[in-house]
Write a protein that binds this ligand. Sequence first.
Ligand code: LLP
Length: 419
Amino acid sequence: MHHFQYKGDELYCEEVPVRLIAEKIGTPCYIYSLATLSHHFTTFDSAFKSVAHLTCYSVKANSNIAILKLFGSMGGGVDIVSGGELYRARRAAIPPERIVYSGVGKTVEEIDFALREKILLFNVESVQELDQINRRAESMSKKASVSLRVNPDIDPNTHPYISTGMKKNKFGISADSAMRASERAKNLRNIEIVGLDCHIGSQLTDVTPFVDALRRLRSLIDRLRQTGFHIRYLDLGGGLGIVYDQEAPPQPHEYARALLGELENIDCTLIFEPGRVIVGNAGILVTKVLYIKRNQAKNFVITDGAMNDLVRPSLYGSYHYIQPVLRSLKETEVVDVVGPICESGDFLAKDRGLPMPAAGDFLAVMSAGAYGFSMSSNYNSRPRAPEVLVKGGQYFVIRQRETWEDLVRPETVPDFLAG
Ligand code: LLP
C-alpha cells in the first residue's frame, strides 16, 4: 500500500503531482508520502497491540529527523547503531527510554554519549563490549541495562550482504557464549542483563526463519531465568521484507500472528526494530533523463540520478521498479538506466523494459524510501539530493539539496599549499 498513484497519466504523491515537485525542487530528489509512512507505522505497531511491546524504528533505513519526529509522535522508539544516529534521535526528541542501541563496534565516545542520554538498552554483541560498557558505566557511576544480541545461526534466505544471523556473520554471540557471558556479567557491577536480542537479516520474505530464531531465543531466556536473571525484554530485531518486484512477503499481521503463537506466557516486553517495512514503499527517487544513447549492444537511458543517490542496484543487484512521471504511449524498449558516475556499476536498472523516454522526461524510481538517501554519498563530488515530504496537497523540503560549497566546507588547505 502506498500513495504514489497515477491520476490520468500523471503520477501523484498523495494530492501533489510529482512533476510539480521535480520542477520546483529539481532532480534528483527523494519524495516521501506522510500518509504512507504513518499507515505503515500504525499497521506494524498495531499488529502487536495485544502484548506489551515497543516499536523501535531502525534509523539506518531513513534517518531524516522529520521522519524520526513523525514516528516519535506516534509513540515509536528507535533502534540506533551509532552516536550520529543517537544524536539525530535526540534532535527529533525521541525519549531516551524508547532508544535501543545495536552494533558490533560501539566506541568509547558513543557508549559514553548513550550512557549520558540514559537510553533504554544496549544490545551487546561481544564479551569485550560487555566489559567496556561496564567500565564506562563505572567511571560515570551509572548502571547500564543490556540485552545480549544472540546469533541464532539461522539462514534468513536473503542477499548474503544483508544476512546477519548466521555463524559466519560478525553479529551477536552464540547461545552458549551468551550463557558464559551472562555468568561473567554477574561480577560486573555496573551492568545488568535484562534482555535478549536478535536480528537475523533484512528483506526476509518468509516467517519461518523468524520463528526458528524466536524458538532459540525463548529456550535461552528459560536458561537465563533458571540461573537467576530477571529477563524483561525480548528484542526480535527488524527484517520484514517488502514488495519491490514479485516478492510476496508476509503482512505485518501475519508476521505478528506467527510470532505471537510462540510467545505465550513469555512475560517480556517485546521490542521490534523494523526499518524497510515502514519506510521502503513510502519513498521514491525522482530523476530526469539527460540523454539517450544507443550502441550495437544496448540502449542507455542516462539520468541525473546515480549510484551515489541510490546504491542498492549497484551494491546488491536490487530491483527497483521504474515508471514515467508522465505516462505516454511511447513504445517499450529494453534499456539500461544509468547515471553520470564514472563506473560501469553505476546503474539504476539493467535490461529493463521501459516506455522509451526522451531527454527531459522525469522517471520515478519506486520503493526508494529505505536505504535510499541514508546510503547516499558524495562520490564524484555530487551534492546529495534533497528530500521532500508530502502531506495531502502540500509538500515540505525536509532536507535541502547540498551545494558545491557544502562539498568542500569541511576541507582545509594547509598553509604550505595555500600561497
Ligand atoms: N535492527 C538491526 C540491528 C539491523 O541491523 C537492521 C538492518 C534493522 C534492525 C532493520 O532491518 P529492516 O527492518 O530494515 O530489514 N542496506 C541494505 C539493508 C541493510 C540492513 C542492515 N540492518 C539494503 O539496502 O537492502
